[in-house]
Design a protein around this ligand. Sequence first.
Ligand SMILES: *Cc1c(COP(=O)(O)O)cnc(C)c1O
Length: 394
Amino acid sequence: MADQKEYLKDPKLIETHYGEEYEHYYNAIVPPVFLNSLNVFPTIDDYYDSDKTDRNVYCYGRVQNPTVRILEDKIAALEHGERAFVFSSGMAAATTAVMSVCRTGSHIVCVRNVYGPLKTFLTQYCTEHFQMRITFVKGDTLEEFEEAVTDDTDLVVLESPSSIMMTLQDIRGVSAIAGTHQARVYIDNSYCTPVFQNPLDLGVDLVMHTMSKYIGGHSDIIGGVLVAKDKELIEKLSLMRELYGGILGPMEAWLGIRGIRTLEVRLRQHEKTAMAVAAYLEKHPQVKRVHYPGLSSFPQHDLMQKQQRGNCGLMSFEPDCSVEQAKRFCQSLSVFKIGVSWGGFESLVTMPFARASEEETAWLGGAQNLIRIHCGLEGEENLIADLEQAFAAL
Ligand SMILES: *Cc1c(COP(=O)(O)O)cnc(C)c1O
């Protein structure tokens, strides 16, 4: 595999060829799904003497699997990390990250707009069972982090852009602040994918993705990933994944590899479509506000340009109507289907705050009639025509 180093220079070569060892499987261009739970050894001593952390030693499927490892090597390379670990869901990755870094009594600084179930894990599990203390920050100024992060802080949790309000954090700035207090920085990079943002290059310690979104890309798998550079952290994650037992299954890993082949071309298309849709919405008289970092009117557009190379198909907007009318708007769409999640081939619509309390909604900077859409691959004309007919029906 003399050319593997060459592949590392171009993400498109990583997506298509890097990490694959054709000669190990009859030169098939697509790796097999290694559906085995264990691997055998010629002698008892060979078993005991094998280095189980070696890239090429496979022993038991909860620890390592060849199909899984190809996917991990690709994601680690795309994220400029040393090692990636894939999990059975994004939440399995996120909770393993928290439990690998934190201990009883840890202080965590977390942005308010972070993924809801992770917030629930922190506030309802980590506080109750491990007496951790959580400080929430809005996250749009560095002063806020300077105040919140102290020598007691073990972990700073970011999500930039966040997936409902699309708010950003200054990743390099926050990482520098955390560094002066020896706190680790974790970021959910699912919105950008490694195509549009590489947080490890900006000083972050742990990058998380849900693979259920763009990495899978076809709405057919649930999975998650953590990527790190630091040796000590990698050893810890390796052990914690083995002990918590949340490794991704080989079939899902194989679908993840297939998703990654087209990650770059899909993301470029999602972005192009979303830019057209966001521009359309921004001009629409029945729309009060559009939240999309790609728009030059977006309040954090300058920061976006400093740390991202693009934006995906996800955005939200506030229509100029009541919650009930907004529901009817969603229900009169036909290309956009009503459903949670995003990042697949299909366009989706949801109202994340329709049943949230007014305080909660205000705390997150949202509105109860907020509509979130994911622009899929059905073509911008079809999406705009669909929105147009739904506005007409309002
Ligand atoms: C969906 C999602 C997750 C959780 O991932 P699962 O694979 O569903 O566990 C985490 N973060 C963001 C931003 C998400 O959208």
